[in-house]
Design a protein around this ligand. Structure first.
Ligand SMILES: [Zn+2]
Length: 313
């Protein structure tokens, strides 16, 4: 029901104009009606005695109409002001649609716009080296605050890294799409965007890690961490090295919010704490708790913050 909270000066201005129009009608219509009554009275005084009863009736109905036109908006206004004291939000629209409140809101909106502009300009003026340095600092911080802990729902988190591929593929690592099929399952995960809209998404992963992945997304949803992109299983080579098979091919790597968690080989930026879709230490730790490694920890030639992997690959 956000739209009824009237947080924008635009909506309030329109309501304010409506209120002005109603106020004008409330005064002008009764005034016109009373002038007409006076004209009728003059007619009565001047003569035409035959029609006295008809004239009286006309005057009476005009006075009544004048009262109704004046009283109805007044009463409605009083009722709305009374309801504004309760928790019926939509009535605040009416109450807040006044010049002072709109001016206050406009000042706040202007200040916010200036702050955003300032932040954007500062960001634009940074050099490539500054950005690289910042990114390193952020990743160092996340690494320092994270730890592999026990909180996994299944056994997968506890298996040592060097045994994981054998455990996932006891009959040998698949070398074709067809060989990979029996190991895959498609799960449904509920996600939320930054505006609070929920969406059910499908994600194809290795059967063995499915429960753990579901548990991760339950935690992300509980924290209202927004998600606009998900990718699990894809049979492909590595984005950074075309001679190697990406572990997305084995259903054990998941990318989230690619454009906000850009890897070093893409042109995007990674701004945790500023971009709501960028993974933060808290989000990274949820994955780690469930036995996953984070591509953002890689210190080699590239790092990949969107990438969570069971095999650290
Ligand atoms: Zn990936």
């Amino acid at each position: 029901m956000e739209m009824f909270e009237c947080n924008s000066s635009g909506i309030l201005k329109i309501i304010n104009i409506l209120k002005d129009i109603i106020n004008i009608i409330k005064i002008a219509v009764p005034v016109i009606l009373i002038i007409l009554c006076m004209l009728e009275l003059t007619k009565m005084v001047v003569g035409d005695v035959d029609n006295q009863a008809g004239n009286k009736k006309k005057i009476f109905s005009k006075v009544l109409a004048a009262c109704v036109v004046f009283l109805v908006p007044t009463l409605v206004n009083m009722l709305i002001n009374y309801l504004s004291g309760t928790d019926i939000k939509s009535t605040n629209c009416w109450k807040n649609a006044n010049k002072e409140y709109i001016a206050k809101l406009e000042a706040e909106e202007k200040k916010l716009k200036e702050e955003i502009l300032f932040a954007e300009n500062t960001e634009r003026e940074k050099t490539y080296e500054q950005r690289k340095q910042e990114s390193l600092e952020i990743r160092k911080k996340i690494k320092a605050s994270s730890s592999i802990s026990t909180g996994a729902v299944g056994e997968i988190g506890g298996i040592p890294l060097n045994q994981r591929m054998n455990k996932l593929f006891p009959a040998g690592v698949p070398s074709t799409i067809a060989q990979m099929q029996p190991y895959l399952t498609t799960i449904k995960v509920n996600t939320i965007d930054k505006n609070g809209n929920e969406k059910e998404r499908s994600l194809t992963v290795h059967k063995y890690i499915a429960d753990e992945v579901k548990a991760v997304f339950d935690e992300l949803l509980a924290l209202k961490f927004p998600i606009n992109y998900l990718s699990g299983y894809t049979w492909r080579v590595m984005a950074s090295n075309s001679n190697s098979r990406s572990h997305h091919s084995y259903g054990v790597a998941i990318d989230i919010n690619a454009s906000s968690n850009a890897a070093t080989y893409t042109s995007g930026t990674y701004k945790p704490g500023i971009d709501p879709y960028a993974v933060t230490p808290e989000i990274v730790n949820i994955w780690k708790k469930h036995g996953f490694y984070w591509g953002g920890d890689w210190t080699g030639h590239y790092f990949d913050p969107m990438h969570f992997t069971y095999t650290n690959h």
